[in-house]
Design a protein around this ligand. Sequence first.
Ligand code: SAM
Length: 260
Amino acid sequence: MSSYHGHSSCVLNLRGQAGKALSMTKDTHPSGAPWRNFYGRFKGKSLRPAQEIYLREDLQALSPGAVSWEDNPTRKLLDLERMFDGRDVWLEIGFGGGEHLVHQALQNPDVGIIGCEPFINGVAMLLGKVRESGVRNLRIYPGDVRNMFDILPPASIDRGFLLYPDPWPKARHHRRRFVTPEYLQPLAKVIKPGAMFRVATDIPDYVRQTLEQVPRHGFEWLAQAPADWRQPWPDWISTRYEQKALREDRVPHYLSFRRR
Ligand SMILES: C[S@@+](CC[C@H](N)C(=O)[O-])C[C@H]1O[C@@H](n2cnc3c(N)ncnc32)[C@H](O)[C@@H]1O
């Protein structure tokens, strides 16, 4: 598994240290990875000793296999049949502290769920919940979901969740949002026709961009009445980020799409 250390925050460009020189002649990293800017955080405040232990002892056993470009330079596709014994597979993108991921895994033992989250403090929180609950039908990739998209078989995902993605409120940062072609094209490729894709956000302009962009990438918005986006899904559990939004008087929106 590739290291999760080394970057405390901000922009990681996969060109790495030699980026400038390479950019003159090549359009990929020496590992073969495409250039992908990541603007989020890999690590926040210090981990508690128990969390260090979870990461050391538990993360590897929950690995979906070789995902990063360093570990899987030929981009060999994951064998999901084998990973989850032929069960349906769901994907949660940016699971934060993992409350929704663990909740869904516990409620749906006949499903396998893959979670991707580059923020290692969030991964450590999730691992604490996994220990506490004993849930086993999940796999964790502690990294960027774009690496996961590369190696998921086409039309292999039966449900996708994007819950409170980073809002990037400034207009000049809107292109960093998940609801852009860079993310939605590969997402559309891996989601099965007919499968659901759920987006929750508390940012009105994020709703706008989601409703504009997601249907352009082969998804149909299923709302027929305001209650359909105002009410949470029946199997919902509120996430940490949603709790923060509610404390700050922002209004959650629950958007349900179906892959055409
Ligand atoms: C605002 S937080 C919401 C977390 C959680 N879903 C919740 O509702 O509490 C957005 C999360 O998306 C993660 N994220 C950002 N870019 C990502 C990427 N490229 N792949 C996977 N996760 C990503 C961030 O690290 C962060 O934890």
